[in-house]
Write a protein that binds this ligand. Structure first.
Ligand code: GLV
Ligand code: MN
Ligand code: MN
Length: 414
């Protein structure tokens, strides 16, 4: 398909700014947790834009949203793009959103070119890429790809004790979760545009990154039980302080990542809940949540084993109990060489320099790779900042990403 895409970047940026106003927190903070009022209003905003662009919109039982521009040969597998619009607490306005609104603008630009591609082009908005509400990321793409079973999803409960089943029905999604999974081969290709969320492109002064693989994420919850008591009356030799044991575990986790032998192992304990949480009471129970990632599955699993050894030592030395629950341990994804090549050619056609890179963040592409050939296109973000309100990607960088995405989708769908 021969085309000259004319992207309306001003409109894209104004839509991005408008979506950033739909938040549970005051600007510039963006917080949109799954099925919150803000998430539902943001979804309605995107669906409205898709309908305005004459796309065929439908949603599945978990709220994944599909907006299709029908190709001239509707029997062919569609080419898909998209990302997510949910945002962790205290986030910015670009993570995920650039891939959704950018993908939409790309489809509109291709529509304006006049020539209809053979393959349909479909925009996807995935439900809950962020793990905030149910503790597990990429809920929509996990179910869609069959990586998570409907039974496992039905067991999910949020911190207020409300089940996923309950909240999704309340949000208007009541079909059986069994209907969410798509068969392998359903899509010809999936390409996700995203901010890098790290500093490499900016440091290398490069406008674009072509992702060749996505790191392997894992998450574990630890529950540490010690003995509570009066902060003044219980003397130190008598104590079984759960928080002190947790502190040792956190440091052991840091050490497991630092001593893995590669810079690619990263471990974070981002949640620490202390019970009862009173200044004059010895902590009797602590809950920790660990996020552990690596580009190598073997190394990630070796770090998990090192953490397990540390757990056993701490239990023995501190006379506490530490139970653990594996939330997820996913394999890494390799991007499809033919899509990486299509992205490279699109960059070359427009004289845009790029580098091949690994995605250290996870994305819905990680799970889409289980059912379709995928690749990702990264644009720089200022200082590499992400998951914070001062996250920023320039209109120029967004425009370059959208242009290469347009070229790539047109070539894959032709
Ligand atoms: C996605 O948001 C991630 O944490 O990598
Ligand atoms: Mn994110
Ligand atoms: Mn994201």
């Amino acid at each position: 398909m021969e085309f000259r895409p004319t992207l309306s970047i001003d409109r894209l940026i104004s839509e991005l700014n408008a979506l950033a106003q739909v938040s549970e927190a005051d600007p510039p903070v963006v917080t949109r947790v799954l099925f919150s009022d803000a998430d539902l209003r943001a979804r309605a905003y995107i669906k409205g834009l898709c309908l305005k662009a004459s796309l065929e919109v439908h949603e599945d039982a978990i709220g994944n949203t599909f907006a299709r521009w029908q190709g001239s040969e509707p029997g062919l597998a569609p080419v898909a793009t998209g990302s997510h619009i949910d945002a962790i607490p205290n986030a910015g306005k670009y993570d995920g959103v650039v891939g959704v609104l950018g993908g939409l603008e790309v489809i509109r630009a291709l529509q304006r070119c006049g020539a209809r591609p053979k393959h349909s082009i479909e925009l996807l908005l995935f439900t809950s890429e962020e793990p905030t509400r149910f503790g597990i990321g990429c809920l929509g793409s996990r179910l869609l790809s069959g990586t998570m079973t409907p039974d496992a999803a039905r067991k999910l409960i949020d911190k207020d004790g409300v089940s996923l089943e309950e909240v999704r029905r309340k949000a208007g999604y009541s079909a059986p979760l069994e209907e969410v999974k798509l068969p392998g081969g359903y899509y010809k290709a999936f390409v996700e545009l995203h901010i890098e969320q790290g500093p490499l492109l900016e440091q290398q002064k490069l406008p674009l990154g072509i992702v060749t693989s996505i790191a392997a994420p894992a998450s574990l919850r630890f529950s540490i039980e010690g003995a509570g008591g009066h902060a003044g009356a219980v003397l130190m030799p008598e104590r079984r302080d759960a928080l002190c044991a947790a502190a040792e575990l956190v440091l052991a986790i840091e050490n497991a990542a630092k001593s893995s032998g590669a810079i690619d192992t990263v471990a974070t304990v981002g949640i620490c809940e202390v019970f009862p949480g009173a200044v004059n009471s010895i902590p009797s129970r602590v809950r920790l949540t660990l996020d552990l990632r690596d580009t190598s599955l073997a190394r990630r699993d070796a770090a998990m084993r090192a953490i397990e050894t540390a757990r056993q030592t701490i239990v023995a030395e501190r006379q506490v109990s530490i139970s653990e629950e594996l939330v997820n341990a996913d394999a890494p994804a390799q991007c499809a060489p033919e899509i990486v090549e299509a992205l490279s050619q699109a960059c070359a056609k427009h004289n845009l320099a790029s580098m091949k890179m690994v995605s250290r963040a996870y994305h819905d592409s990680l799970f889409m790779s289980r059912i379709a050939p995928v690749a990702m296109l990264f644009i720089p973000c200022r200082n590499g900042y992400s998951h914070r309100p001062d996250e920023y990607a320039s209109p120029e960088d967004i425009a370059r990403g959208a242009l290469v995405l347009a070229e790539t989708l047109a070539s894959l769908a032709s």
